[in-house]
Design a protein. Structure first.
Lengths: 81, 156
């Protein structure tokens, strides 16, 4: 199981803010592919420049392996405070 | 001290709390940011944070400012959720031995918060809802603090 969190405009596009994907894909790349297969508009939004991913609250660049129970957050460009 | 809060806060009370018992502090500078009504176009701002992640990012910004300006202490309080016009949305305070460091520390902290803190901000008004990104000016303000070797050309 992986917990997926969307922030900012991404949750508007997807129509959800938080969900679980079970079983957890083994990598971030596989998770992106699974989300994209379900919702092409979300997949396209996640691939936009400036959208970052955090695994267990740590920003990751490129791909990453996902442990069972991982929390994956997709972070669009930040608005600042 | 870094705090995100859904509830309204009173800047005067925070400043009093921050100032108490400081026998070795010579200067405290505080800043309060309010939500503008934009002539009636904006009914509210709605701020989203990533609990844990957002505080950690602000903590890193604050620790860097503290080291750079030799600050004794810092306070950052930021509203999340819905914030209406005229309400305080952010409060920062910096304590230092002398005033220059306190002024610069608070200024630097605000510039970094405005451009680099992980918040997602939506403006809610009569015309609907709109996600906000930092203005070019916010990035320029933050870039003022980029360290350059003395005498080198400014980064383009």
């Amino acid at each position: 199981m992986a917990r997926v969190l969307l922030f900012g405009p991404l949750s508007d596009i997807a129509g959800w803010r938080e969900r679980t994907v079970d079983p957890a894909p083994s990598t971030l790349k596989a998770l992106r592919a699974a989300l994209s297969a379900e919702d092409a508009a979300l997949g396209e939004a996640l691939a936009r420049p400036g959208v970052q991913a955090a695994v267990d609250k740590i920003l990751v660049r490129g791909d990453a392996t996902l442990a069972n129970g991982a929390e994956v957050a997709f972070l669009p460009p930040m608005s600042g405070g | 001290m870094i705090r995100l809060t859904q509830a309204p806060f009173e800047p005067g009370a925070l400043l009093a709390e921050f100032s108490r018992g400081r026998r070795e502090t010579g200067a405290i500078v505080s800043f309060t940011g309010l939500v503008r009504a934009e002539g009636g176009d904006s009914e509210a701002l709605e701020l989203e944070a990533y609990p844990g992640f957002t505080e950690a990012a602000i903590e890193r910004i604050a620790m860097a400012a503290k080291a750079r300006f030799s600050l004794q202490d810092l306070m950052v309080v930021h509203r999340i959720g819905r914030v209406g016009p005229g309400e305080p949305i952010v409060f920062v305070a910096a304590a230092a031995v002398h005033r220059r460091a306190a002024f610069e520390g608070a200024d630097h902290l605000m510039d970094y918060l405005k451009s680099r803190a992980p918040f997602w901000k939506k403006s809610i008004g009569a015309g609907g809802e709109r996600w906000i990104e930092p203005r070019p000016q916010d990035y320029e303000d933050a870039a003022r603090w980029d360290e350059r070797a003395p005498g080198s050309e400014p980064a383009s």
